[in-house]
Design a protein around this ligand. Structure first.
Ligand code: ADP
Length: 438
């Protein structure tokens, strides 16, 4: 449409440009004939040609308005209503002639006849609207409006001739989601590189030390090699977790259709744990019959594994971790039954299924006797790279990706995730997943 408009502009443009060029040519010929004033007249001819060229150029960038010939408001309004984005038609006084429901809802106005300036104050949009109605310019303007959350909107302003009047059509497209996704991707890359760079820097330093000052000291060399091993392990864990997270995200939009017994999954995870010697006891409490959910067995094992690993990590020696599997009921019953057992504790829903009111859920609750988590940190659990230890100035510890992995898996299962924690008593993480009908 843009190109068509320009071409039509071009065919009209020479009306002035060709006259100017012809005059310039005639003057030039005469100048050669009279000779004496040739130089002066040649300059005049050049000026005229230059002006002609400039006019032609101006016409090519000014698009000719679209014509809405014999369409009345009654026909036009349903067309605007059919657009998913907010749209406005304004007259040459920048008064609103017509609008769709999306525009009225977003910009909060009701009647037509209002001036554009009274509902929208962004100077670039107003200027573009003015340019459209006065000189037929087509523009696209991006602006940010601080509403309840910051929104990025792109407004396309196109000139139109409606009947005999000059007018303009404004269409607004919300780009916030795209911009936010881009920003999150950039943040994630920056965070991931930072997380990998920290152990890498330690490794480099240790290698330099072993190659330099500690070269002849066997005892120091052994100590530094052990430290190098720990840093290399940390890098490997980070890479494993990052890969795991990206794999889960890839098919997060496709809910699993398989069946899995949550009780069997929990038992298997605990059985493999008991092979490694730990000073923390892990106990399972589950019903006598299988607890069958709609789920991916491997991913559900990953959920239990991550929650149990954390619980063991934070529980002191000789303490106990309890892994409980059960049927909760609907979403609210499950939350109340499995996620709100300690009256003095902080409770946060880290993930809530949107379509879950009528569904029935089974849950796995992993409870520890660790130090507990302060209320202010609870809502941030599940954020990538979030570690309470780091918030408190301790750079050691895990990757900060375990709970993010849990959250994404549960989200893929359209389930929920709760945390209940009380400093001095311990923490409990509860994941709930839909049970099968049969
Ligand atoms: P990681 O354990 O690898 O650091 P997670 O995503 O599993 O990463 O956990 C994020 C943070 O949440 C941990 O660093 C820790 O600060 C806190 N956390 C998780 N589980 C517990 C728990 N059971 N008790 C106390 N703090 C916990």
């Amino acid at each position: 449409m843009e190109r068509g408009a320009s071409l039509r502009g071009l065919t009209k443009a020479p009306a002035l440009a060709w006259i100017a060029a012809a005059v310039a040519m005639a003057v030039a010929l005469w100048a050669f004939a009279t000779h004496a004033v040739a130089a002066l007249l040649m300059m005049a001819a050049f000026g005229a040609c230059f002006w002609a060229a400039y006019e032609a150029r101006r016409f090519t960038i000014t698009s000719e308005p679209e014509r809405i010939e014999a369409v009345g408001l009654a026909e036009l309004t349903p067309l605007l209503e059919a657009l998913p984005d907010p749209a406005l038609l304004i007259d040459d006084q920048r008064r609103i002639v017509s609008s769709n429901a999306a525009a009225r809802a977003q910009m909060q106005f009701e009647a037509r006849g209002q001036f554009l300036t009274s509902i929208l104050r962004h100077p670039d949009v107003l200027e573009a609207a003015q340019a459209a109605v006065s000189s037929g310019e087509r523009r696209a303007v991006t602006f940010e409006a601080p509403l309840d959350v910051e929104r990025r909107t792109r407004c396309s302003v196109a000139p139109v001739i409606w009947g005999a009047e000059r007018a303009a059509m404004l269409v607004f497209h919300d780009e916030t989601a795209r911009v936010t996704t881009e920003r999150m991707r950039a943040d994630f890359l920056a965070n991931a590189s930072h997380e990998l760079r920290t152990p890498l820097a330690s490794l480099t330093l240790l290698i330099e030390t072993i190659a330099g000052p500690a070269r002849d000291n066997a005892q120091d060399r052994g100590r530094f090699l052990t430290m190098m091993q720990a840093q290399a392990d940390r890098m490997r864990r980070l890479i494993d977790d990052l890969l795991s997270l990206s794999r889960i995200e890839l098919d997060e939009h496709v809910p699993p259709s398989d069946r899995a017994d949550l009780r069997a999954v929990a038992r298997e995870v605990i059985d493999t744990l008991s092979l490694s010697k730990s000073a923390v006891r892990v106990r399972v409490a589950a019903p006598d019959t299988p607890v069958v959910v709609v789920g991916d067995r491997f991913q559900l094992a990953q959920v239990v594994q991550n929650l149990v690993d954390n619980a063991i990590k934070y529980t002191p020696e000789n303490g106990e971790v309890l892994v409980e599997v059960g049927i909760g009921g609907d979403r609210d019953e499950t939350t109340a039954r499995a996620g709100r057992r300690w009256s003095g504790a902080g409770h946060v829903a880290l993930l809530t299924p949107t379509a879950g009111v009528m569904r029935r859920y089974a849950y796995v609750r992993v409870e520890d006797q660790g130090p507990g988590i302060a209320m202010q940190f609870l809502p941030r659990l599940g954020e990538r790279f979030f570690r309470i230890e780091r918030e408190l100035g301790d750079e050691r510890g895990g990757t900060g990706l375990g709970l993010a992995i849990v959250k994404h898996i549960v989200n893929r299962h359209r389930g929920g995730l709760l945390v209940e924690s009380e400093p001095g008593r311990g923490s409990a993480f509860i994941a709930y997943i839909e049970v099968t009908d049969g």
